[in-house]
Design a binder for this molecule. Structure first.
Ligand code: HCA
Ligand code: CU
Length: 380
C-alpha cells in the first residue's frame, strides 16, 4: 500500500474525547504541529456547534497552513449555508444511515437522506468548496441503500465519499470487502473513519487502503468519542513498515513524541506505557537473548528504527533474565576492561542480586565499577 492521505481530526473527533476542552491557543498549537508533521488535511468542529467554534475555525484558517482545512457538518442545508460562509477549504458532510440512527437519532428514511445529500452536496460544490459526503455507522447500514447513496453523490461531483465505523464493530475483512465493493461503484476518493472499541482501528485502516481507500482519519493519541479512533502515531508506524521511504519522506516522524506530549498535557492524560513508538518501553529490550541479538544487529528484534522517530533504544540489564553479552556492552560503554570470563562472573552476581529485586542501571554500573576496581587492585 502506498499513496494515501491523512485527515487528522484531533480538532473535531478529538474534541469529543471526554477530557478535551481545547482553548483557542491550544487549538492553534495543535493545528500548526499537525501541519508541520505533514498531514494533508485537518478537520475542525462544526462552525454551527458554538460561537467560539466558529471563531476559532476562522483563526485556524488565518494561520495559512500548508494542509487543507475542513470543517465537519451535518447533512443540513442550514449547516451547509453557514459552512460555505467560513474560510475553510472544504466541508465534511455526515448523516447516519443505519437503522439505529435513522430511528433513534434524526428520524429520516433513506429517500429523505438521498434527497438531502444531493441538495447539500450540490449546494456546497456550487460555492466552490471541496465536499466529502459520509455515512455514519456505515457497517450497520443496508449495503444496497449505502451504495445507491454513494453513487448518487459521486455523480453529483463529490470529492470524497466517507465510510465510518462509528461504533467500532467492523473487522479488517469486513472493511476490505466493503471498500473493495465501493471502489467498483464510485470514481471519487474514499475516506475512512474507524473507531477503536475492539482494537481493530489501525488494522481496519490498513485493510481499507489495501482495498482502494485514499484518505484515513486519525487523531493524536487516538482521542475521540469513547476510547477513540485510529491514533496518528500507531498509523504512522503501520504505514512505515509498509513503505518506509514513502512515509519517512512525507511525514516529519521525529515530531510524534512532542505532538503527543503536548496533547496529553492539554487533555491531562499520561502516554500509555505500551503506546506505539512513544510508550516508555517501546524500544526497551530485556531478555538476554534479545539483548545479544539487538547489540549485534538491531533489526533482529526491531521493525521500527527508533532513530527514524527521534527515539533511542534501551537495553535493560539489571534483571534476572539478563545475559553476559548485554553486560559486556555496558562495560564497553563505561570503558571498563574486563575479560569475557570476568564479565560472565559479574553477570552471575547481577542475576543473583536481581533474583531478590531488580536493579536500577546505577546499581548495575556501580557493581561493575567496584568489580573492575577489585580486579585492578589484585593485579597490582
Ligand atoms: C460521530 C460522527 C463520526 C463521523 C465520522 C465521519 C462517526 O461522532 O458519531 O464524518 O466520517 O464516528 O461516525 O465521528
Ligand atoms: Cu467518529
Amino acid at each position: 500500500v502506498s499513496n494515501f492521505n491523512i485527515i487528522d481530526t484531533t480538532l473535531r473527533e478529538g474534541e469529543q474525547f471526554a477530557n478535551a476542552f481545547f482553548n483557542t491557543e491550544q487549538k492553534l498549537k495543535i493545528a500548526k504541529a499537525l501541519d508541520d508533521f505533514g498531514v494533508e488535511y485537518i478537520e475542525l468542529t462544526s462552525p454551527v456547534a458554538s460561537e467560539k467554534s466558529r471563531e476559532d475555525n476562522e483563526k485556524i484558517c488565518q494561520l495559512g497552513l500548508k494542509c487543507k482545512v475542513l470543517s465537519h457538518i451535518r447533512c443540513h442545508m442550514h449547516d451547509a449555508s453557514v459552512g460555505v460562509e467560513t474560510s475553510v477549504d472544504g466541508l465534511s458532510v455526515v448523516i447516519g444511515t443505519s437503522s439505529y440512527l435513522r430511528k433513534f437519532s434524526h428520524g429520516k428514511d433513506m429517500d429523505a437522506i438521498y434527497k438531502a445529500a444531493g441538495e447539500v452536496v450540490t449546494f456546497i460544490k456550487s460555492k466552490g468548496k471541496e465536499v466529502r459526503f459520509s455515512s455514519e455507522d456505515s457497517f450497520r447500514s443496508d449495503l444496497v441503500d449505502l451504495l445507491r447513496l454513494y453513487r448518487h453523490v459521486d455523480k453529483l461531483g463529490v470529492n470524497r465519499v466517507g465510510v465510518a465505523d462509528t461504533v467500532g464493530c467492523a473487522n479488517p475483512r469486513q472493511v476490505y470487502e466493503l471498500i473493495r465493493t465501493l471502489r467498483g461503484v464510485v470514481n471519487c476518493d474514499i475516506e475512512c473513519h474507524f473507531h477503536n472499541d475492539t482494537g481493530c482501528a489501525i488494522a481496519n485502516a490498513y485493510c481499507a487502503l489495501e482495498a482502494g481507500a485514499t484518505h484515513i482519519n486519525t487523531t493524536i493519541l487516538g482521542i475521540g468519542e469513547r476510547n477513540g479512533i485510529v491514533p496518528l502515531g500507531g498509523f504512522a508506524a503501520r504505514m512505515y513498515v509498509a513503505d518506509k521511504t514513502y512515509v519517512t519522506n512525507k511525514y516529519n516522524l521525529h515530531m510524534i513524541r512532542d505532538i503527543e506530549n503536548m496533547v496529553a498535557d492539554f487533555v491531562e492524560i499520561q502516554i500509555p506505557f505500551n503506546n506505539y513508538i512513544t510508550g516508555y518501553c517501546a524500544f526497551t529490550h530485556k531478555a538476554g537473548i534479545h539483548a545479544k541479538a539487538i547489540l549485534n544487529n538491531p533489526t533482529t528484534y526491531e521493525i521500527l528504527r527508533p532513530e527514524d522517530f527521534g527515539m533511542t533504544r534501551y537495553v535493560s540489564i539489571g534483571h534476572r533474565l539478563t545475559g553476559w553479552n548485554a553486560v559486556k556492552s555496558r562495560c564497553e560503554q563505561l570503558d571498563l576492561h574486563l575479560t569475557d570470563d570476568e564479565i560472565k562472573e559479574v553477570t552471575r552476581k547481577i542475576k543473583e542480586l536481581a533474583d531478590i529485586k531488580p536493579l536500577g542501571i546505577e546499581e548495575v554500573d556501580s557493581l561493575l565499577r567496584v568489580y573492575n576496581k577489585k580486579l585492578e587492585q589484585t593485579s597490582h
